[in-house]
Design a protein around this ligand. Structure first.
Ligand SMILES: *Cc1c(COP(=O)(O)O)cnc(C)c1O
Length: 652
């Protein structure tokens, strides 16, 4: 038997075993780690479809995501689509509040919990509506960091017991707005972020005849790790250090307003993945709180800001995209830390406020898109015979390939890389033709492919094998813009769970990275959730002719929607909100068409009407010059106008 024959035989056997190997939806679920990151909202159905359910306990009300996609298609809504599931907000708000309530009850905490949703995390009206509505029973409030956010909050809030926390750098108008809210009876707390804000607040309070409730944002010495480390710690931009804090107390005493100071506030940063940092910070903040009580302030609230992390990769670790604690541990540890510090000094337990954003809204949105095309790095079949008089280096490469066995993998790898580099040199010196070089590259890729196949039979494969696997992985081109829809994937290498939303009863036989349709080489996802942190490629299914293949990027409800930009003039995607009902049915409770090309162009200051006019002139000139007929001009104009009205993404 010739060496070639053995290779072919091995290939047939491995294909056959692939076919025979049984696959199951459970294996898909494990492969994509669904149970680990889904928060109980997503799972794989017996048919191999991705399901979404309104709460972790409502498995009888699960709805198929591919069925939703079909419904959208029937309604003429194209991919990409951002799918929002309203019920998830309801469930997440309840979960946060109930977990705090339970922890407080367990520990005998003699205060209460109030949430304040930070508007910046997802400012969409739908989200704020949901916070106001579902937050009602818990008096879950809002946090505003700018005038626009405060104006939105004041227009939306009804509950006078829910907190309205005003953070951010404040000018006179901002202060006046907040004081107006105070006068209207809102539980509005003005947080002093900078020493210069206090005299302004005092002056405006007098002018408007309002008695403000004040908080102070403090700089903590305890520093948290992670991307946003600098927002905590001594170098943080906002907040008062201890000297400035004492100055503020003195000023309030002087003005006879110390009773207004009721809250200590800090924000460590977002996505704090290590519980130890959360505990250390609470401890330090409680010391400051106690200090202010001793100074005579009427302390009542302790606001811990945001930071409650989301386990995007499901590793339950202190990796950046994970968290090493459960919600219950978060709530319990915070309450315990507060009690330990304050009990010792006989101080009443405060109302604990958190400005939890990410953890409330991340699960709420899923980005859905179709795969448009793919590139595979599979070499062409090698010719039966080598061309006559071909360069000896090519023959060497072929011999090395044919000599590959399980015992000489590393050696073959080294040889083929060496020969390939030699061939490139020879080509640069004009010693090898373009056609010969092409053949050499083909032998090279064939060799890598066979090395990978052979290495699969080994227990301990050479270290380079995983690198080869990455080199040989496919590129799946997908209908979305990373810059518009997943800005944190690009900007800070945030991991999001990505997976097919159907065909999960089939074995995924390809390894791929994902590219978007911007022509930017950064427009790709090449890091995916894995048991050990992250991996460089994602197992996906073969594409079928005449059948769309859909992927979903999950947990994109926090920060992604308005941080995105117009790179390559790809605009907002279509957005659809579903609400899931008791009877297992669902309806489309909101539908927003994405940007048209005309919308996008007007954002960058084109006037679509004038563009059309100018283009009409260009077309008319073409008629005059005899390039097109008047009848063709009509078609040309129709094409251009339809383009202006159209979606910015790829349409089938
Ligand atoms: C961004 C921000 C938050 C939200 O933090 P999450 O980690 O998303 O919960 C809360 N408070 C302040 C002051 C913030 O700037």
């Amino acid at each position: 038997m010739g060496a070639d024959y053995i290779v072919i035989f091995a290939k047939v056997v491995s294909n056959l075993s692939d076919l025979l190997e049984s696959w199951s939806v459970e294996r898909s679920s494990e492969l994509y780690r669904v149970a680990e990151w889904s928060g109980g909202y997503f799972r794989v159905s017996e048919k191999g479809d991705m399901l979404v359910q309104p709460s972790p306990s409502a498995s009888d009300r699960a709805v198929s995501i591919p069925a939703i996609v079909e419904g959208l298609k029937e309604r003429g809504l194209d991919m990409p689509v951002l799918l929002r599931i309203e019920n998830i907000l309801d469930a997440q708000i309840s979960q946060l509040n109930e977990t705090f309530i339970a922890a407080m009850k367990n520990l005998g905490y003699r205060g209460s919990f109030l949430g304040a949703y930070p508007i910046k995390v997802n400012q969409q009206k739908q989200v704020i509506d949901a916070m106001v509505h579902y937050g009602g029973p818990y008096h879950h409030g809002l946090e505003a960091g700018s005038k626009a956010e405060l104006i939105a909050a004041m227009g939306m809030m009804i509950d006078k017991e829910a907190p309205l926390v005003c953070n951010g750098y404040k000018d006179e108008e901002f202060v006046d707005l907040a004081l107006t809210a105070v006068k209207l009876g809102f539980r509005c707390i003005l947080v002093v972020e900078m020493p210069s804000e206090l005299p302004l607040i005092i002056e405006r309070s007098r002018a408007l005849g309002a008695t403000p409730v004040l908080g102070v944002r403090i700089k903590l010495a305890s520093q948290a790790g992670g991307h946003w480390a600098e927002s905590g710690g001594e170098r943080s931009i906002f907040g008062l250090n201890t000297t400035q804090l004492i100055d503020a107390v003195d000023l309030l005493v002087e003005e006879g307003l110390l009773h207004c100071l009721q809250m200590v506030h800090y924000h460590l940063g977002s996505q704090i993945s290590n519980i130890r940092e959360i505990r250390t910070a609470v401890n330090e903040a409680c010391r400051v709180y106690a200090g202010l009580v001793k100074e005579g302030a009427a302390m009542k609230y302790l606001d811990l800001g945001g930071g409650l992390a989301v386990d995007y990769d499901g590793s339950q670790s202190n990796f950046l995209s994970s968290r090493n604690y459960s919600l219950n541990e978060y709530c319990t540890d915070i309450c315990e830390a507060v009690m330990t510090t304050l009990d010792e000094q006989g101080i009443d337990h405060p109302i604990i406020i958190t400005e939890t954003g990410r953890a409330l809204v991340a699960y709420y949105s899923v980005l859905l898109f179709n795969v448009l095309d793919r590139t595979v790095f599979e070499p062409d079949p090698l010719p039966a015979e080598m061309p006559k008089d071909c360069h000896p280096q090519l023959t060497n490469m072929l011999e090395s390939l044919n000599g590959l066995s399980i015992r000489n993998i590393q050696e073959t790898l080294n040889d083929t890389i060496y020969y390939r580099d030699e061939v490139r040199q020879l080509f640069n010196h004009g010693k090898i033709t373009l056609r010969e070089r092409s053949l050499a590259e083909n032998i090279f890729w064939t060799t890598l492919n066979r090395i990978l196949q052979t290495a699969k039979q080994l227990k301990n494969a050479p270290a380079e094998i995983s690198e080869i696997e990455r080199l040989l992985s496919d590129i799946y081109y997908c209908n979305f813009s990373l810059f518009q829809s997943l800005p944190d994937s690009w900007a800070i290498d945030q991991l999001f769970p990505v997976m097919p939303i159907h065909r999960l009863n089939e074995k995924p036989t390809r390894n791929a990275i994902i590219a978007d349709i911007t022509c930017d080489c950064d427009g790709k996802i090449d890091s995916f959730v894995d048991r050990f942190g992250s991996k460089r490629f994602l197992p996906l299914h073969e594409l079928k002719e005449l059948e769309e293949y859909y992927l979903g990027v999950f947990l994109v409800g926090a920060y992604q929607e308005t941080l995105g930009d117009l790179h390559n003039l790809l605009g907002d995607t279509n957005v659809v909100t579903v609400s899931l009902h008791e009877d297992g049915k669902y309806d489309f409770s909101g539908e927003l068409e994405g940007d048209t090309v005309a919308d996008i162009l007007s954002y960058v200051e084109y006037d679509p009407k004038r563009l059309l006019m100018k283009f009409r002139k260009t077309a008319e000139m073409a008629v005059k010059e005899g390039l097109i007929s008047p009848l063709e001009r009509k078609t040309v104009m129709q094409v251009y106008e339809a383009g202006l009205r159209g979606y910015t993404y790829f349409e089938r």
